[in-house]
Every structure is written in structure tokens, then in C-alpha cells.
Design a protein around this ligand. Structure first.
Ligand SMILES: NC(=O)c1ccc[n+]([C@@H]2O[C@H](COP(=O)([O-])OP(=O)(O)OC[C@H]3O[C@@H](n4cnc5c(N)ncnc54)[C@H](O)[C@@H]3O)[C@@H](O)[C@H]2O)c1
Length: 250
């Protein structure tokens, strides 16, 4: 039997990268999964590759209306909701902090941070009622050991990391576990923006050489951590900032 047999999970931003990896592993372990992404084509592709246990939904996580519709649709389609992975995020390009304009700042905080406000409003009443739930927020090593040139993104991920701990203490009595997963750089849609440099072997080496285990984070690394934290094996684990970072934050 799979580790998530009978569970229903929403994974935001699951149309690519880490979210795609999480959704595919969760489905393999028996969960029914909602692939929610602003990019409908990407969500459809991932759901199609998973099969009938996956539902593809277009949603902008910065929109309360989209989040409410996503949760309603999930409950109607699958009859429950056990796990939410707040994974969708964007970044500004690696650049001097004063060059990031206000519009980018506002959009990034709406997608990376306010989305968790909206999602919490939508799912916590349901989780409280059933007296259990798991929320995983994809934070980052950026919120623990920041790199230069990503100041505002780092701040958004610092907010995600600390919010996860704050939610854990507040929601513990309701048996709702909340953990942050903190990956190091991975070769996903965000990679070139994080480097702020062309994706060449030399530029990759500059960044991977700062990771003790000597490589970038893969979707399978984040998915394995998410599976553990979402599963009953982690029933006593809440409020951790779980680095998936090859030792980068040491
Ligand atoms: N890649 C890295 O180096 C890295 C490192 C640490 C943390 N993270 C975090 O991992 C998570 C996943 O990122 P990724 O690296 O897989 O990047 P990615 O760009 O490959 O995936 C992000 C997905 O989110 C979707 N998305 C963007 N805005 C959205 C919105 N408003 N509503 C719904 N969906 C939206 C995109 O369409 C995309 O499919 C993010 O929270 C990111 O901050 C990434």
C-alpha cells in the first residue's frame, strides 16, 4: 500500500519543476492529486502523464476567488482534502536590490506569501472540522542563508519559512501539521533568474561549488522530503524548516 493511500492533495504550481515532482510521487504513493497552476497547458500535461487520479486546474494563487474555486472543486471531485502543498512562486532576476521595481515586489509577495493567506482561509476551516490536516509550504534556503542579488525574493521565502513555524504552533491543537521545505537551487523554470547569468557549465559550477554535496537540487529530492512530511510517518513532526540542500545551509 502506498504511503498516501486514500489521501487527497492539492499541489500549487505543479505544472513544472518541484511541484510536478511532488505531484507525481504523491500519486504513485496512492494519493489523488490536484495539479493547480496558472499555466493551464502545463497543468494539463502533468495531470495527463499521471492519469485518472489527477485533476488539472487553472488557478492564480494570488487570487482568493481562484483559491476558493480550487478548494470547492477538489472537495466536489474527490470528496475530501488532506494535504496542501503551497509550492507556486515566482522570483525577480538576480540583480541589485534597488533595481527591482515596485510592481515586481508586489506581484512576488502576492504570489509567494499572500497566496498562503488565501489558502489558509480556504482550507483551515475544513481541516479543523475533520481534526487533521497537513500543510507543506515550499520555502527556501534563500530564507536561511541568502545569496546576494535576490534580496526581495529571499525576504519572501524568509516569510514563508517563519510563517510555517507560526502556523504550526497555532494549528497544533487542531492536529494540523505545518512544515516548510527549504530546497537549494535546482534546474527548474527559475534557474536562470536565480543565477542572473546565462546557463553555461562555468556559471553552473560557480553555484554548485557552494553546495557541499556538489550538485543542484532535483525535483525527486524535494518530492521525497514532501512525501515523508506529508505521510503519517511524520505524525509528530511540525514546524520544521526542512533543508533539502546538500549541506548548503551548514
Ligand atoms: N528552483 C530553485 O532553485 C528553488 C530553490 C528553492 C526554492 N524553490 C521554490 O520551489 C517552488 C517551485 O519552484 P520551481 O523551482 O519548481 O519553479 P518553476 O518555475 O519550475 O515552477 C513554478 C510553477 O508555479 C507556477 N506559477 C507561477 N505563478 C503562479 C501563480 N500565481 N499561481 C499558480 N501557479 C503559478 C508556474 O507556472 C510554474 O509551473 C517555489 O516555491 C520556489 O520558490 C525553488
Amino acid at each position: 500500500m502506498g504511503q498516501l493511500q486514500g489521501k487527497v492533495a492539492i499541489i500549487t504550481g505543479a505544472g513544472s519543476g518541484f511541484g510536478e515532482g511532488i505531484a507525481k510521487l504523491f500519486a504513485k504513493e496512492g494519493a489523488q492529486v490536484v495539479i493547480a497552476d496558472i499555466n493551464k497547458k502545463a497543468a494539463d500535461r502533468v495531470a495527463g502523464e499521471i492519469g485518472s487520479v489527477a485533476l488539472s486546474l487553472q488557478a492564480d494563487v494570488s487570487s482568493r476567488a481562484d483559491i476558493d474555486a480550487m478548494v470547492k472543486h477538489t472537495l466536489e471531485a474527490f470528496g475530501g482534502l488532506d494535504i496542501v502543498v503551497n509550492n507556486a512562486a515566482i522570483t525577480h532576476k538576480n540583480q541589485p536590490m534597488l533595481d527591482v521595481d515596485e510592481e515586481m515586489f508586489d506581484r512576488m509577495f502576492a504570489v509567494n506569501v499572500k497566496s498562503i493567506y488565501h489558502m489558509s482561509q480556504a482550507v483551515i476551516p475544513h481541516m479543523r472540522q475533520q481534526k487533521r490536516g497537513v500543510i507543506l509550504n515550499i520555502g527556501s534556503t534563500a530564507g536561511i542563508r541568502p545569496r546576494p542579488g535576490l534580496s526581495w525574493y529571499n525576504a519572501s521565502k524568509g516569510a514563508v519559512n517563519v510563517l510555517s513555524k507560526s502556523m504550526a504552533v497555532e494549528l497544533g491543537p487542531d492536529n494540523i501539521r505545518v512544515n516548510a521545505i527549504c530546497p537549494v537551487m535546482g534546474v527548474t523554470g527559475m534557474f536562470e533568474l536565480f543565477m542572473g547569468l546565462p546557463d553555461t557549465p562555468e556559471n553552473r559550477a560557480k553555484f554548485s561549488s557552494t553546495i557541499p554535496l556538489g550538485r543542484f537540487c532535483q525535483p525527486s529530492d524535494v518530492a521525497a522530503a514532501a512525501l515523508y512530511l506529508a505521510s503519517d510517518a511524520a505524525e509528530f513532526i511540525t514546524g520544521v524548516e526542512f533543508p533539502v540542500d546538500g549541506g548548503r545551509t551548514i
